[in-house]
Write a protein that binds this ligand. Structure first.
Ligand code: UD1
Ligand code: MG
Length: 416
């Protein structure tokens, strides 16, 4: 690892990367072996759920929170990696890079904290307001290290607005608010784009692969150290979560739990913030941003939000239909009505009105998630096909489009 910013990686970095890849493969194999052994224990500890979109859904108990196995092995791999990354500096005459070391420790502390809170959520089924607060607490170590090491809260403005607003802005404390919002968003955004087998972990792996590709491209650039830092996290992440995807794929043998959603979200937030590419990283979340915006009416209760918004199975066809929520029209506030009309006009939800026998007017609308939107557009789909389409959307809008924006469009907005 280098002390100063240099443009290329040296032989020691290359060795570290190869080592990282090797232990990630070993980590993946260990996770794969551990799942069958541990999942029975999880079920015995009452950590299980029904797979709601299967014909025999009430007959099979499926182990929940299996993401904690991936997270546990990931943390162990990262502890080993720290020793390797810093081994170059263990010589007594060497100048030990304490700042960098603290960055690694804070990153792991934040991730570790989030895994613990995610597991607590799985066990205790926490309220939404509490769920939102958890990442805020877990991101504190990260923000402190950012404060101590960088302290830079200036952003460069895009070219079109420069004549009006100037070349750059110092956001000050707002920059810290922005960073904690990134953590809150990343963790919860994955959790609310969920409900069909393979989706939570599938989207996490696509996002991690996008970050990995971005880091590899940027390794030649002037901030190679930050991108190396991110690579050291992303490679074991993919290694440890891949076996989870294999077993969570339809028909699921395990569920990932909120643990995995929070673990992935926090890992991405950590590398985005400490690697100084949080804006590019948010581009990899375009589908999640769309899903969050679409979810706002239900998350903030302008429209009733049921416990589960996942699609509903049509048992005869063994295909999924969009799930619906029903409520009295007179209970809908004007803002809720406006949101319903807006999203229905752009065809993201479908609603119908009908009368009860007591002449009460009712509204039935599809739930506000892009999972249901896809089903509105395509008609009934098999669960695995739906997951494939959603992952394809992730690859097109969360990988291809961001790279186009980052390496092509950005020229027109930032470079002179
Ligand atoms: C979030 C979503 C909720 C969605 C749920 C599915 C919001 C506000 N919340 O809630 O709409 O229904 O995730 O994960 O958008 N399950 C399946 N098949 C799957 C995955 C999950 O049937 O492929 C069911 C299982 O019964 C499992 C349960 O969902 O036990 C897990 O739900 P949980 O993660 O606790 O829900 P939330 O994250 O609170
Ligand atoms: Mg969940």
């Amino acid at each position: 690892m280098k002390q100063n910013h240099t443009s290329a990686i040296d032989r020691f970095d290359l060795f570290t990367l190869v080592f990282d890849i090797l232990i990630s493969i070993v980590g993946g194999i260990i996770v794969n072996r551990l799942i069958p052994i541990l999942k029975e224990k999880f079920i015995r500890a009452q950590l299980w759920g029904y797979d709601l979109n299967k014909r025999n859904s009430r007959e099979v108990k499926i182990a929940e929170s299996q993401g904690v196995i991936a997270a546990g092995i990931f943390l162990i791999l990262m502890f080993i990696m720290i020793a390797i990354v810093f081994s170059e500096h263990l010589h007594p005459l060497s100048d030990f890079p304490h700042n960098k070391f603290i960055e690694y420790l804070a990153a792991l502390l934040s991730i570790c904290c989030m895994v613990l809170l995610g597991f607590a959520d799985d066990v205790l089924d926490l309220r939404w307001s509490v769920k939102l607060m958890l990442p805020l607490i877990a991101s504190l170590p990260l923000l402190l290290v950012y404060f101590a090491n960088y302290h830079s809260t200036t952003i460069i403005l895009p070219k079109p607005v420069r004549p009006l607003l100037g070349h750059q802005w110092n956001l000050g404390i707002l920059y810290y608010v922005y960073m904690s919002m990134v953590s809150v968003f990343c963790t919860n955004a994955i959790n609310i784009l969920a409900g069909v087998n393979g989706l939570e972990v599938g989207q996490s792996i696509v996002i991690a692969s996008s970050i990995l590709m971005f880091n590899l491209i940027e390794l030649q650039g002037s901030c190679s150290e930050e991108h190396l830092f991110s690579l050291y996290f992303m490679i074991p992440f993919i290694g440890c979560t891949f076996p989870i995807l294999l077993r969570n794929w339809c028909p699921a043998q395990i569920f990932v739990g909120d643990t995995l959603c929070y673990f992935s979200g926090m890992t991405f937030a950590v590398v985005g913030i400490l690697g100084h590419f949080s804006k590019t990283m948010l581009l990899f979340f375009i589908p999640q941003i769309a899903n969050f915006l679409l979810s706002i009416p239900q998350l903030f209760h302008f429209i009733p939000c049921p416990r589960h918004r996942l699609p509903r199975l049509n048992p005869e066809l063994n295909k999924l239909n969009p799930s619906e929520v029903e409520f009295k029209k007179k209970d809908l506030k004007p803002l809720g009505w406006l949101m319903l009309r807006f999203f229905s006009a752009i065809k993201f939800v479908r609603y119908r009105e009908y009368k009860m026998h007591d002449n009460e007017v009712m509204i039935a609308t599809t739930n506000f998630t892009i999972i249901n939107t896809v089903l509105c557009w395509t008609g009934p789909l098999h669960e695995a096909t739906l997951t494939r389409i959603l992952l394809l959307i992730q690859i097109i809008f969360g990988t291809a489009l961001p790279f186009f924006i980052r390496y092509y469009l950005v020229k027109f907005f930032y470079e002179s």
